[in-house]
Structures are given as C-alpha cells and as structure tokens.
Write a protein that binds this ligand. Structure first.
Ligand code: APR
Ligand code: ZN
Length: 239
C-alpha cells in the first residue's frame, strides 16, 4: 500500500491529442455512450461497438506522452514503494512514457488488449493498434469464443476498483488529475485522506473542491511540476 495515490483521468491525455469524454466536443458528444460503451452494447450493437474501439485503438498509434506522463513516470521510478499510479484511462501513454505494466493500474481496462468473452477462459491478447478481427479473426484460440475489447463498459464489474480501495488504506496524500469525478467518487476519497490535491482545467459539478487541500485549475502538463515538488517535500519530510 502506498503513502501517495495519483489518480488520473482523460484530462492527462488531452494535451497528447486524445479526446476527453464530457468536455464540449468530447467523445460522448460524438458517440452515444449507451450504444458503444454499455454492458449490452456487444449484444445489441456488436459491429458498431467493435468498430468504435478499433478506431480508438488505431488513433492511439501516433499519440505521444506529454509532460504529465513523463513526470509521473519519473516520480514512480524514484519512489516505487511510496507512489501508486492509478488511472481511469485506457490509453497506453504511461507505458509509452516508459512505465512497466506493473507500475500503472488501469481501472477501466486497456485499449491495446482484447479478451475472450467467455468468463471461464477470459484469455487476454495484446494486439497493439490492430483491429480485433485481425486477431485470429476475432476468435479466441483457446476456446473458440468471440473476443471483445478489454475495456470496462458501463454497468459491468470493474475488478480493479478493489485494488484502488486497497491502495487507499495507507494513503496520506491523494492527488486527482484530469478527471471530472463523474465515475469515480473522488469526494469521498479526498475526505478520507489527510492531504489532497485536485488538478483540472475547471471546476466540475461532480467534485466538491472544498474537500481538497490544494486546487489547481490549469493544464496538467504545467500543474504536474508543482505537484511533483509537493510530493518530493512530503516524502522528504516523512522519511
Ligand atoms: N489538464 C488538466 N485537466 C484537464 C485537461 C488538462 N490539459 N484537459 C481536460 N482536463 C480535465 C477537465 O477539466 C475534466 O474535468 O479532465 C476532465 C475530463 O473529464 P471527463 O471527460 O469526464 O473524463 P474522465 O473523468 O476521465 O471520465 C471518467 O468516464 O466515460 C468514462 O470510462 C470513461 O474513464 C472514463 C470515465
Ligand atoms: Zn477463450
């Protein structure tokens, strides 16, 4: 369990050219979330849903990490046991910044993976930026079931939330960057921890900023430098 949790959302990838979800012009302005990201999407709109994720996966190919990913990577590698990097994002920018699979917790899945739909099998395939059909024609090699994006859809279980709760037990500093708080209740988490920082572009209806010790409304690629200083000071004073 780590002293510091850095929880990120789509805002940390915005400056790398990956669309956020709820800002104007965001992903959910252009696609109906109930059609392509719901627990019944694969039953009701299989082809549209698979094409939606194939396009988002392909879009990832040319995206590069920004200063936020790089500074967080450097902090994690300098303080591996004191910092947990937890993200709602399904992109691979932390990994492109040089972080290993075991250094980032993806709460909502991972875009460059597909998995067998059969829960008993659930074999995962790393397909990078390919279309799902290009992986064994969209069929699981082990059991013959269809494959699906390894992404948590609305209304589905998010097994990694348990990991977030575990990480919170020893957390003394909770940092929220680039999330509107519409899916993960950051207010409760901020209330639970002694010291918390919120960094977004603007206030969010879903976040009670008075619960945070420090609030930074500016681009994360700039705010992260101040946040890194706070982390260094915190860890040096508590060591
Ligand atoms: N720097 C800092 N914050 C930013 C930046 C930036 N450059 N650009 C945008 N933001 C902030 C916005 O102020 C907003 O609060 O990022 C947040 C994006 O909010 P959402 O679009 O709601 O994205 P997120 O909170 O990550 O969504 C959570 O919802 O659709 C599901 O599974 C999906 O993981 C996603 C979850
Ligand atoms: Zn299978």
């Amino acid at each position: 369990m780590s002293k510091i949790i850095i929880l990120s959302g789509a805002g940390v990838s915005a400056e790398s050219g990956i669309s956020t979800f709820r800002e104007s012009g965001g992903l959910w302005d252009n696609y109906d979330v109930n059609i392509v990201c719901n627990h019944d999407s694969l039953d009701k709109n299989e082809s549209l849903t698979l094409k939606f994720y194939d396009k988002r996966r392909d879009d990832l190919k040319d995206k590069v990490p920004n200063n936020t990913h790089i500074i967080i990577k450097e902090l994690k590698q300098k303080y591996p046991n004191d910092i947990s990097v937890i993200t709602q994002n399904v992109d691979n920018l932390f990994e492109k910044a040089g972080m290993n699979d075991d250094e980032v917790i993806h709460l909502h899945g991972f875009m460059t993976q597909v998995r067998c739909r059969e829960d008993q099998c659930a074999r995962i395939y790393n397909i990078e930026y390919e279309s799902i059909k290009d992986c064994n024609n969209g069929i699981c090699d082990d059991c013959g079931s269809k494959l699906r994006p390894n992404i948590v859809f609305f209304g589905e279980m998010a097994p990694m939330y348990e990991k977030l709760n575990e990480e919170l037990t020893d957390c003394e500093m909770f940092i929220v960057i680039g999330t509107s708080g519409n899916v993960i209740g950051v207010n409760t988490l901020a209330n639970f921890v002694d010291y918390s920082i919120l960094n977004n572009l603007e206030p969010s209806d879903a976040i009670e900023e008075s619960l945070f010790s420090k609030v930074l409304y500016k681009k994360s690629s700039i705010a992260i430098n101040e946040i890194a200083e706070d982390i260094e000071e915190f860890l040096n004073s508590s060591s």
